[in-house]
Write a protein that binds this ligand. Structure first.
Ligand SMILES: Nc1ncnc2c1ncn2[C@@H]1O[C@H](COP(=O)(O)OP(=O)(O)OP(=O)(O)O)[C@@H](O)[C@H]1O
Ligand SMILES: [Mg+2]
Length: 289
């Protein structure tokens, strides 16, 4: 039976049978890998509030992300963007409101590791890779990290790698443009390359939803452009939420998709990039600075 708790409704266990009671087997089977996205959305935040010492970092924040959507989130410093990601990943508990992953998984009831296991990957602003290991080994480690156990680094590295996994790593190296650096220690990569490697390490675990907080901060212009190309390639294959201040980058990856503007812990505006950029309220609090 699934160890993920806090479901709003019953879902299938690992054996494919309904985890609870009679009459729910058919319900369980249609819920692919436990995330029920039949209504088209992968994430629902409803009226989320978070206070720090009386200051409302999030104020009745309501937001949905569609399956396969690449949603850009913009907004001034302190708007609550990172706090929102902290709430989604279980690092911060909301004072009020609900967060659902698909229709049924109540993220406010799960621990951070349970949320990661459920399929939410998060990229923090600073790259965190194993500097002394090669690029290839970093991807191997990410792939082989069974999130249910804590393996030693050594045991993980010296286990044999089947051909299928090798192919997946090669494909990932190509996607993140690091084929030529596969054997290099990750510590020798540029800042941008480390960021791509970490994105690859998250992707290889096949998250249902990927959260990226300021992925191009500190990148060169060329690295930023390549990151936009990378995210464009992932469009539709993964659901993604990308927080960024670099408006050229946001414009490049948003395409005709939705951009959400956060301000003082709530959604100030939401729509196509061009409409959001022309919105007087958005210009006043953010873009016009
Ligand atoms: N752990 C915390 N304790 C106290 N205050 C916090 C904490 N985390 C965030 N805050 C405050 O909550 C507000 C929202 O912060 P948050 O980091 O979410 O903003 P942000 O939109 O990510 O900003 P930036 O664009 O600068 O990254 C800020 O005023 C911040 O100082
Ligand atoms: Mg932030």
């Amino acid at each position: 039976m699934s160890e993920v708790i806090g479901f709003r409704a019953h879902v299938a266990g690992d054996d494919g049978e309904a985890a609870f009671g009679d009459g729910e087997a058919s319900y369980g089977r249609v819920v692919e890998d436990g995330v029920d996205t039949r209504h088209g959305a992968i994430l629902y935040l409803d009226a989320i509030s978070v206070s720090f010492d009386g200051f409302k970092a999030l104020n009745a924040l309501t937001l949905d992300i569609g399956v396969g959507e690449l949603r850009c989130i913009i907004g001034p410093n302190g708007a609550g963007k990172t706090t929102m990601m902290d709430v989604i990943t279980g690092k911060t508990r909301p004072d009020a409101g609900t967060v659902f992953f698909g229709q049924t998984i109540d993220l406010t009831k799960l621990s951070e590791p349970q949320i990661a296991r459920a399929g939410i990957g998060r990229k923090f602003q600073r790259p965190t890779v194993f500097e002394n290991h090669s690029v290839h080994e970093n991807l191997e480690l990410a792939m082989k990290t069974d999130k249910r156990v804590v393996p030693t680094l050594r045991a993980t590295l010296f286990a044999r790698l089947p051909g299928e996994q090798r192919d997946a790593i090669d494909a990932m190296l190509e996607l993140i443009r690091l084929q030529d650096s596969a054997a290099r220690p990750a510590g020798l990569l540029s800042h941008g390359q480390k960021q791509w490697l970490e994105i690859g390490m998250l992707l290889i675990q096949e998250p249902r939803l990927l959260l990226l907080d300021e992925p191009v901060a500190g990148m060169t212009d060329a690295e930023t452009e390549r990151t936009a190309e990378l995210l464009d390639e992932l469009r539709g294959r993964h659901s993604m939420m990308v927080v960024e201040h670099d408006m050229d980058f946001v414009a490049a990856i948003a395409g005709s998709g939705k951009v959400t503007v956060l301000h003082e812990g709530s959604v100030l505006a939401e729509g196509r990039m061009a409409d959001v950029q022309a919105d007087e309220r958005v210009i006043e609090v953010y873009l016009g600075r």
